[in-house]
Design a protein around this ligand. Structure first.
Ligand SMILES: [Zn+2]
Ligand SMILES: [Zn+2]
Length: 349
């Protein structure tokens, strides 16, 4: 066991502060990683504040982890010392159920072990995430990160990236498709970049006209202001796919009317409860409203490889770990373009 520096929250009301945690000694299937960067996801804040009523304290958040391999176990062939790697939202799963066998570990019947706040079967207690110096992870949950992309801007790919990539791939989005991305935040900005890189016609759908310029810079062909009735009417029934990244309760009907026949709107936010929907809007056009959460390990690797080939990364603002509490306030106020990434070197100072 190794004791290392981390940042933790000790209860829902307190700020995060320095805290020592233990990492297990590596076993045969393990990879030990020195963390260089860690993205700040909105779920980190939800877990720190116990918004989902399942937090275990101390909470050490962080599931957008980039680092270098420092040691590997005897059974590890695919990773070696010095290699650039990533760890996302999961660090383990049963590996035997139908979903794990189908590379959908996020839907593991036993429940995937989350990178933080999951049951730690090695040391007991619960798992600790990436706001820390090092992490030890089973090789099946370690991802290879292409060396040619901006490493710090790659961190949010591990959650914000795969969350938007997975539905675009599952619904086979590509050339000839008209895709609407609803909401321009951490997820939405990656949705625009990916849909554009996949060859689709991309429309940013937002209530905020001031976001238009940025949306176009990120790859949107057009911007649709959702409160402008004339613009909405112009696009009615024309979208092949809608990626809805709005994280709070909202009226879905205005978006459903934008869908073309046999088309799908995918929700990637855990909104509870959903606003009521009119059945008429769905049945008149055989439309679907679906959900999607992160992605499997194989698909996450495919996304990272794609990012290497197409030079896709996230727009990030770098912070030192001691500014994390201030950064949380700004995330809550949607005051970041579009993701904070912690330079973990600051944890050593
Ligand atoms: Zn996340
Ligand atoms: Zn499983």
């Amino acid at each position: 066991m190794t004791t290392i520096n981390a940042y933790a929250a000790h209860d829902p009301e307190s700020d995060l502060e320095p805290h020592d945690i233990n990492r297990r000694d590596i076993k045969d299937d393990d990879v030990k990683i020195e963390i260089t960067y860690c993205g700040v996801c909105h779920s980190d804040i939800h877990q720190v504040r116990n918004d989902w009523n399942n937090s275990q304290y101390p909470v050490v958040p962080g599931h957008e982890i980039i680092g270098r391999v420092t040691e590997v176990g005897a059974n590890v062939d695919d990773f070696s010392e010095g290699q650039l790697v990533g760890v996302g939202c999961m660090v383990d799963s049963c590996q035997e159920c139908q979903h794990c066998k189908n590379d959908l570990e996020q839907f593991c019947e036993e429940g995937a072990v989350m990178t933080y706040n999951g049951p730690d079967e090695h040391l007991g207690g619960h798992t600790f995430g990436g706001y820390s110096e090092q992490i030890v992870v089973d090789k099946e949950f370690v991802l290879n990160v292409p060396e040619n992309i901006d490493t710090k801007a790659a961190a949010p790919l591990l959650c914000a990236g795969i969350t938007t990539w997975s539905p675009l791939r599952h619904w086979n989005i590509g050339e000839g498709d008209k895709v609407g991305v609803i909401g321009l935040g951490g997820l939405g900005h990656m949705g625009v970049k990916f849909a554009d890189a996949l060859g689709a016609e991309v429309v940013m759908i937002t209530r905020s006209p001031e976001k238009a310029e940025d949306a176009k810079r990120l790859g949107a062909d057009e911007v649709l202001i959702s409160t402008d009735r004339e613009q909405v009417n112009k696009h009615k029934g024309s979208f092949d796919f809608l990626l809805n990244t709005i994280p709070v309760k909202h009226d879905l009907d205005p978006y459903i009317q934008l869908l073309s026949v046999d088309s799908t709107m995918v929700l990637v936010g855990a909104i509870e409860p959903l606003e009521e929907m009119h059945g008429g809007g769905l049945i008149g056009g055989r439309k679907r409203v679906a959900g999607s959460v992160i992605g499997g390990i194989k698909e996450t690797q495919e996304m990272l490889d794609f990012c290497g080939e197409h030079d896709v990364t996230c727009d990030v603002e770098m912070i030192d770990i001691e500014n994390i509490n201030e950064a949380y306030k700004r995330v809550v106020n949607s005051d970041v373009k579009y993701r904070f990434v912690i330079d973990m070197q600051s944890l050593k100072n």
